[in-house]
Design a protein around this ligand. Structure first.
Ligand code: ADP
Ligand code: MG
Length: 246
């Protein structure tokens, strides 16, 4: 960890936010074993922002799904905010995912029948927040992404960039410790994509959340303070400040 304070969580917890040690993930496909992730060591501090780059099929999404507790390593260790995730029951994992992790994908996965505000509110209702508290948090998150005037719109009534902003609002409304974004600008034109990147950085730095973003776009990756390069299921490069290898 390079910067003072990076190892200190919002609740004062010492140590990195994310720590992977020797993590692998193998899939069995038609009798063949595919090693999507083949031994990753990674530490990410509280509030850190980084890009994950690498060719298609290099294991970026698999690694992100592991970090997001959507999937479980075949071997190795994953600690999230000091918690050894191997020991967790499926229910504990789901609760941790709901509280600590926000997701933004290339396709925004909004529910078509719900308004922007209801979409952003939903994970908070799952968490057990009251109708009123969850509506209020959803409104604040939508305001933070500049969509105050679109609260009552359904996804079909929003542009691609607006939909992605609703997805960002939904992901951060519950103030997660980490925001995971898998090609969030992949379906957007470059100006809209740049705006989405700015918003991701704004909303995470406002809450002290870490940001891990997968992108194909080196121009976008270089705007983040750290770049991780994956190749064939391993981290091949880990650089700070746009291209200098650490
Ligand atoms: P990336 O996001 O870098 O494009 P992925 O993590 O999606 O790469 O995939 C890495 C490798 O793992 C690929 O060979 C892919 O086909 C394989 N893979 C990913 N998910 C699965 C799965 N659910 N079942 C089988 N193979 C998978
Ligand atoms: Mg992918």
């Amino acid at each position: 960890m390079s910067e003072a304070g990076v190892d200190q969580g919002r609740d004062g917890a010492a140590g990195p936010l994310i720590e992977l040690r020797g993590v692998t993930r193998a899939f069995q496909v038609a009798g063949e074993r595919v090693m999507a992730v083949r031994g990753v060591d990674l530490r990410v501090g509280h509030g850190e922002a980084l890009a994950i780059v690498g060719p298609s099929g290099s294991g970026k999404s698999t690694m992100m799904n592991l970090i997001g507790l959507l999937d479980t390593p075949s071997t190795g260790h994953y600690r999230l905010a000091g918690v050894d995730t191997r020991a967790l029951s499926p229910q504990d994992k789901a609760r941790l995912r709901n509280q600590d992790i926000g997701f933004v994908f290339q396709q925004c996965h909004l529910l078509a029948s719900l308004t922007a505000q209801q979409n952003a509110q939903l994970p908070l209702l799952y968490r057990g927040l009251s109708q009123r508290a969850s509506l209020e948090a959803a409104r604040a998150a939508l305001a933070a992404v500049g969509l105050e005037h679109r609260m009552a719109h359904r996804p079909s009534e929003l542009s691609g960039g607006e939909k992605q902003r609703v997805a960002i609002a939904r992901a951060v409304a519950g103030e997660p410790r980490v925001l995971l974004a898998d090609e969030p600008t992949g379906a957007l034109d470059s100006a809209t994509g740049a705006r989405v990147l700015d918003l991701l950085r704004e909303v995470t730095s406002a809450t002290g959340a870490a940001l891990l973003m997968i992108t194909h776009d080196m121009g976008i990756a270089r705007q983040l303070p750290r770049q991780i390069e994956m190749r064939d299921g391993v981290i091949q490069g880990d650089a700070a400040g746009g291209g200098r290898h650490a």
